[in-house]
Ligand binder design. Structure first.
Ligand SMILES: [Zn+2]
Length: 221
């Protein structure tokens, strides 16, 4: 109820701002929204993915076109509001299957990255998905306990090794619960798997994954 109210308030403020500074589509530049209705129709579905330790994974779309541009705007362009249409896309994909989820948590960002960017894009997406699905957003359910190198240039095996033991879950937040872990891009899934391992160790009953874009190697994820 409270979250719903906050969402409505934020929308009212943004609607006001939109009248003064109308957003542009991140992909085609059309005025009106960050992902315009036409570009929304061009988003293609990503290959379904399976990872050990995860009960199911939802991916909003293939990491290309409008999705890629919106994720870039969010991660590198300082456009925090891009988390909203992206979170909506993911929430829509998840709600179609109506799973039962108790807690939503974004993948924690490495401390250096967080300082550099000023916000965690996965946490912003998680907050939006939580609002849309009416589920508790628990940003501190997961923590990063080990510094890791960027995954961009690493092979699948190196990525697994890089993030192994990098996360810890807060048992009192997750024990016996059904947890949905949110990340921006799913590449090899090594980050998502490392989070799932930490959550299982802390007693999570079920672990699900949600990502905006599904990508091949060569991207950070
Ligand atoms: Zn567009």
């Amino acid at each position: 109820m409270v979250d719903h109210f906050k969402l409505l308030m934020r929308q009212a403020v943004y609607t006001g701002l939109d009248l003064v500074f109308p957003p542009y589509c991140v992909h085609c530049g059309r005025v009106g929204s960050l992902i315009c209705p036409r570009c929304l129709t061009t988003i293609s579905t990503s290959e379904p993915r399976d990872l050990p330790l995860l009960d199911h994974i939802w991916i909003a779309g293939k990491y290309e076109g409008a999705i890629r541009d919106a994720v870039h705007a969010l991660k590198y362009g300082g456009v925090q509001r891009a988390a909203e249409p992206l979170g909506d896309l993911l929430a829509e994909a998840i709600s179609r299957q109506g799973p039962c989820i108790d807690v939503i948590a974004g993948v924690p960002l490495a401390a250096g990255r967080l300082q550099e960017r000023g916000y965690n894009q996965a946490a912003l997406i998680a907050r939006r998905v939580a609002e849309r699905l009416g589920v508790a957003d628990v940003p501190d359910a997961l923590a990063r306990i080990k510094a890791t190198a960027s995954q961009v240039d690493l092979s699948a095996a190196e990525r697994r090794e890089n993030v192994k033991g990098a996360f810890a879950a807060e048992a009192r937040r997750v024990r016996g619960k059904r947890i949905l872990v949110i990340d921006d891009v799913l590449t090899t899934g090594s980050t998502m798997s490392a989070c799932a391992e930490a959550l299982r160790m802390a007693g999570a009953a079920q672990v699900f994954g949600g990502a905006i874009g599904g990508a091949g190697h060569g991207t950070d994820g």
